[in-house]
Design a protein around this ligand. Structure first.
Ligand code: 8IG
Length: 265
């Protein structure tokens, strides 16, 4: 078997043993600002240090936890909450980036929910605002797949689940997420390029994971918390402290929103 998939199956078996479960229904990667959503969505049945599970790396960013949690949702379904996302900029490669998604698939998930903190290009948006990801542009120049594996990405971000999100909050806006490799933020000129290409959101995650999720047969839903306006759109310099602060302020509101959405899946 392909090594990345084998590693995901090993990890899945360890999680099954640790949490005493047979399978999960939903994989949920919680990015900057989203951590509280899992607490509101249901009851935790296991919390595992990701360092004990094969293939996960210790998170290098303040605002990311290193835990894997199994949560029994109020709906009765089970979610694997991945608090340990590996970013492309960490340099561990695309398989490490895709691991949380592949472990979710190996545990039987049918849906992958990907969340992140990101910069907003649309002038009408403000920091602290959650938006639905409608599509993406992958500017990493990499794919999580290799070989002659021509996966279709039409409707990658599930129209069905986006509709459910709008039923929970009809005021949610949607946008095209542009994944840059990072770890530096964009120049104002790069933000203008992303805008000209049709992008609305700039970030450093999610697109590669979404591709891996589609390849694994998962239905994908993505949301971004706009923690800052993108470089040159906002007049002040970007700072990680500002990102954390916007995340903390928005946290109760977006946690409740996401908890409601995942309980309708
Ligand atoms: I939070 O403005 C966060 N993550 N690329 N640009 C990119 N990533 C981000 C940004 C941003 N804000």
């Amino acid at each position: 078997m392909e090594t990345a998939k084998k590693l995901a199956e090993d990890a899945a078996q360890k999680i099954k043993d640790a949490a005493d479960i047979e399978s999960i229904d939903i994989g949920l990667t919680l990015g900057s600002g989203w951590a509280k959503a899992a607490d509101l969505a249901g009851e935790e049945i296991a919390s595992i240090d990701a360092s004990e599970i094969p293939g996960f790396h210790k998170p290098s960013v303040a605002g990311h936890t290193g835990k894997l949690r199994v949560v029994k949702l109020d709906s009765g379904k089970h979610a694997l909450v991945v608090g340990a996302r590996t970013h492309f900029y960490e340099g561990y490669g695309v398989d490490a980036v895709s691991h949380g998604v592949r472990v979710s698939a190996a545990l039987g998930a049918e849906v992958m929910v990907l969340t992140n903190g990101a910069g907003g290009i649309k002038e009408s948006w403000s920091p602290g605002q959650p938006v639905i990801i409608s599509d993406h542009i992958n500017l990493t120049a990499h794919s999580p797949l290799s070989g002659a594996n021509f996966v279709d990405l039409t409707d990658l971000y599930s129209p069905r689940i986006r509709k459910i999100a709008l039923e929970v909050d009809e005021t949610l806006d949607q946008g095209v997420y542009v994944q840059f490799p990072g770890p530096h933020y964009e120049t104002p000129a790069e933000v203008q390029m992303a805008k000209a290409m049709g992008g609305d959101i700039v970030g450093m995650s999610t697109a590669l994971e979404a591709i891996a999720a589609r390849e694994a047969g998962l239905e994908v839903f993505g949301m971004s918390l706009i923690t800052n306006l993108a470089a040159g759109i906002q007049k002040t310099p970007l700072s990680h402290a500002e990102v954390i602060e916007a995340g903390q302020k928005a946290e109760p509101v977006i946690a409740k929103l996401l908890a409601q959405i995942i309980n309708k899946l």
